[in-house]
Write a protein that binds this ligand. Structure first.
Ligand code: SF4
Length: 193
């Protein structure tokens, strides 16, 4: 399923500097819109395809390239591959113009990715990919970056990242200058509350 916003991305949220969605310091983009409807999804507010923040793809590219001291970019959602035309354009541009590594989270399963011609792009353009639906009956938050045991992490052959996956539950708490607090990652219910 593809959603067409022209040359704009429909974005739910951006964190220009996060430490828990991949190796090192990363620019993280949450896409708005997901039709995969995983039971137990924690990001249901990102299911709607109504426009939330429309950001031109050139503008997002500039924001990423001009963010200092990051090692990579992470895309998650929502479902990034519902906006795949602009996403693959953006990733190609980032790779041509920087050494930033690419981490893609998708709820699609491997066979669906193959069917929609995304698997070859993942292998050619991504350094890490987290693949598969979130399943609440397989929930395990002690795996790095993924929330249920059926999901997989792949490092394509050409990946520029080589790290050993850990059994950890990482949570990041961001306190802004106005004292608003955001909790990222897969926190236990107590911390989420
Ligand atoms: S793919 Fe992600 S955002 Fe979409 S329903 Fe599943 S967990 Fe939620």
């Amino acid at each position: 399923m593809a959603k067409d916003y022209g040359e704009y991305f429909n974005i739910a949220h951006i964190e220009p500097l996060s430490h828990i969605y991949g190796p090192g310091d990363r620019f993280v983009v949450w896409f708005q819109g997901c039709a995969l409807a995983c039971d137990g999804c924690w990001n249901r507010d990102m299911w709607s395809f109504k426009s939330k923040q429309l950001v031109h793809r050139e503008s997002l590219l500039e924001q990423i390239l001009y963010t200092p001291s990051i090692q990579g970019v992470t895309f998650l959602g929502g479902e990034p591959l519902h906006q795949s035309g602009n996403l693959w354009w953006l990733i190609r541009q980032i790779r041509e113009r920087s050494n930033l590594t690419i981490f893609l989270f998708t709820g699609y399963e491997e066979d669906e990715l193959r069917q929609h011609n995304h698997l070859s792009n993942i292998h050619q353009l991504c350094d890490i990919a987290a693949i598969g639906r979130y399943r609440s009956d397989r929930r395990n938050t002690n795996q790095q970056w993924i929330g249920s045991e059926n999901q997989i992490i792949i490092f394509p052959d050409e990946s520029r990242e080589s790290i050993k996956l850990q059994q950890v539950n990482q949570v990041e708490v961001i306190i802004d200058a106005d004292e608003s607090v955001r909790v990222l990652g897969f926190p236990d219910e107590d911390l989420r509350m």
